[in-house]
Design a binder for this molecule. Structure first.
Ligand code: PEP
Length: 271
């Protein structure tokens, strides 16, 4: 259940700061391997992660390897680590060279897909509308989208963080509706913290996570209370616990540190 803890001003209006009175959300930690590794190193990394995860861990764990390796990793994942893609097509099939569809991902046992990662948005020009279309396809085929949102440094410094988050989430809500978030995850990834070694403080992360939850709660309080919101941006073994202890931070999306089994496991097992 969500309780109103306070109010904050934003953009001439007021949003409610909500607090979960009965925490039921499981922690989720997902590694984004990006375009790294090869067949052998992917197998080794995942095998080490699986071996290091205690059977009774309370954290759900996933990895997003390069797409060509996903199918070959299913046996190694052994049902203990969710497999995810780093993107998903906005179409089901046809003449869309280079794209991989949600039905294809489903077919090879892939249960997660990143959508709207900032590298896709910045380097490949993916717009909020395209990201929303990709998200809709994942939802439509039972692949859990991890919707990545976040502001650049320039946007933060000009006080546009919440506006950017609004636009990124609103595009998805307009296409798929708030109910779709029952089957989805949101990752808040400030662009200035990705791969830079510069992490948002736990308080900075919590502020935006609380904003996202309150925004969703305004549409559907029930959905907001169960929605997992991950933080991503230079999460390491030594800052994971502080970030994950925030009330609205339900885990992490991990880039660089997910390429080393010991570092990734330390994050997965952070208190
Ligand atoms: C990412 O790319 O999603 C990410 C969070 O990267 P890093 O952990 O390396 O900042």
């Amino acid at each position: 259940m969500l309780e109103v803890q306070g109010k904050r001003r934003y953009n001439g209006g007021i949003y409610l700061v909500l607090r979960e009175s009965n925490m039921t959300r499981r922690r989720l930690v997902v590694g984004n391997w990006k375009m790294n590794g090869d067949h052998a190193s992917s197998q080794k990394l995942l095998a080490e992660i699986v071996a290091g995860l205690p059977a009774d861990t309370k954290t759900d764990v996933g990895v997003c390897p390069p797409a060509v390796y996903i199918a070959g990793l299913a046996a190694t994942a052994a049902g203990r680590v969710h497999l995810g893609a780093q993107n998903v097509a906005d179409q089901d099939a046809g003449a869309f060279t280079g794209e991989i569809s949600a039905p294809m991902l489903k077919d090879i046992g892939c249960s997660l897909a990143l959508v709207g990662h900032s590298e896709r948005r910045a380097i490949y020009g993916e717009t909020d509308a395209l990201v929303a279309a990709r998200y809709a396809k994942a939802i439509g085929h039972g692949v859990t989208p991890i919707l990545c949102v976040g502001e650049t440094l320039e946007e933060r410094e000009s006080d546009r963080t919440f506006k950017v988050i609004d636009d990124q989430i609103d595009a998805v809500m307009a296409t798929s509706g708030v109910g779709s978030l029952r089957q989805a995850v949101i990752a808040y990834e400030p662009v200035w913290a990705i791969g830079t070694g510069r992490t948002a403080s736990a308080e900075q992360a919590q502020e935006v996570h609380a904003y996202i939850r309150s925004k969703i709660a305004a549409l559907d309080a029930d959905v907001a209370s169960t929605l997992q919101i991950l933080y991503g941006g230079s999460v390491k073994a030594d800052n994971a616990a502080a970030l994950f202890s925030q009330p609205d931070v339900d885990g992490g999306l991990i880039g660089g540190a997910s390429l080393d089994a010991a570092s990734f496991l330390a994050i997965c097992l952070a208190p």
